[in-house]
Design a protein around this ligand. Structure first.
Ligand code: P1T
Length: 379
């Protein structure tokens, strides 16, 4: 089955009760048993719910995995992965990460005795020097939030295999429409479903997808034992969102390409970060591991001061100033004060998150309207 068919049919079957084409919203806590332990596959909705199960099958299908898991948020999904670890274990991660992921690592799991190394993996071969006998997990995002750096998944995967270390990729920015990390050797794919998979800014959810059944069983155990699951209504919305992922992503990519070129030629704009540019430091890797360049762009305004950036985002009318990304509507954010406010300023600035940086989630509106909005705001 091709990807554009999987988004609609992958892992789905008409509902067994009445043949409903969309899985019904099974808004139930529990399930009748004919005798203790005798049931139709469902006992209690924290462990398993038919609507969530249909969604988990869809996740597995679109990421070319065998097992999918849905969580109450992207961070709850990351939290489940970290619970595979024990005190003393070490994680290799990158300097450029979603601020909330960094906060979970540094302010929650550090206290449980897990050590995190935040390193620059733009040259992935450098990862060799960061392994120790205690390394258990490599955690990356690519493209990264918000600097749109690209990390070579295949190179990291072969290092992870060599050292027998788990390798997880946050695929939120790319989505499986553009990039399938499990096919490139990753062990776990994670999503903030809140973003492109949901696609309509109407839910908060996370996902994990794996190929290996032993790893899946450990994660299913944590999902049930810790209980950070999502409800049936949100599962239904996410399933509906995934059915149009391919058509939305195509337009996100087309619009972002035009916006990136517009910004690059604008006299008020300093730097533009978008992996589709030939002079992006890892354009060659992006071209190799992605099918297109996605809908996210970051740029800095000339003058390098916070006031200029704030003035631009305040003047935008179609681009809504808001956290989050990946919905049909265009959003603008100021990472230094919003999504990455929990990263210390000194760390932020080292990786380019200056006070004048603006992040755009380019939506699927008419491109002429989007460019006109940016033009008036930058004037
Ligand atoms: O918000 P939540 O569903 O818990 O997902 C967290 C998360 C994880 N990974 C990436 C790459 C993310 O971008 C996010 C959430 N990000 C935002 C809210 C944001 O505006 O960047």
């Amino acid at each position: 089955m091709q990807f554009n068919t999987k988004t609609i049919h992958g892992g789905q079957q008409p509902d067994k009760a009445y043949g409903a084409v969309m899985p019904p919203i099974y808004q139930t806590t529990t399930y009748a048993q004919s005798a203790p332990g005798e049931h139709q596959g469902y006992e209690y909705s924290r462990a398993k719910n038919p609507t969530r199960h249909a969604l988990e099958n869809a996740f597995a299908s679109i990421e070319n995995g065998n097992f999918g898991m849905a969580f109450g948020s992207g961070l709850a999904a990351i939290d489940a992965i970290l619970k595979l670890l024990k005190p003393g274990d070490e994680v290799i991660s990158t300097t450029d990460l979603y601020g909330g992921t960094y906060r979970l690592f540094s302010q929650v799991f550090e206290d449980f005795g897990i050590r995190f190394h935040y390193v620059d993996l733009n040259d992935a071969s450098k990862i060799e020097k960061y392994f120790s006998v205690n390394t258990r997990l490599i955690w990356i995002e690519t493209p990264t939030n918000p600097m749109l750096n690209i990390i070579d998944i295949k190179t990291i995967a072969s290092a992870a295999q060599k050292h027998n270390v788990l390798f997880a990729v946050d695929n939120t920015f790319a989505t499986p429409y553009l990039q399938r990390p499990l096919d490139l050797g990753a062990d776990i794919v994670m999503h903030s479903v809140t973003k492109y998979l949901g696609g309509h800014s109407d839910l908060v959810m996370g996902a994990l997808i794996v190929k290996n059944s032993e790893l899946a069983n450990r994660l299913y155990f944590i999902q049930n034992a810790s209980g950070a699951i999502c409800g049936p209504q949100d599962s239904f919305l996410a399933l509906r969102g995934i059915k149009t992922l391919h058509v939305r992503m195509q337009r996100h990519c087309e619009n972002a390409e035009k916006v990136a070129h517009f910004l690059k030629g604008h006299p008020q704009v300093d730097m533009v970060y978008w992996p589709g540019f030939k002079d992006h430091p890892n354009h060659r890797i992006a071209k190799k591991q992605m099918d297109d360049y996605g809908g996210m762009i970051s740029f800095s305004v000339k003058g390098k001061r916070m006031e200029e950036a704030i003035s631009v985002v305040r003047k935008l009318q179609l681009f809504t100033l808001a956290e989050s990304l990946g919905g049909v509507e265009s959003l603008a954010g100021h990472p230094a004060t919003m999504t990455h406010g929990s990263v210390p300023k000194i760390e932020r600035e080292k990786i380019g998150i200056t006070d004048s940086l603006i992040r755009l989630s380019v939506g699927i509106e008419d491109i002429d309207d989007l460019i006109a909005d940016l033009e008036q705001a930058l004037q």
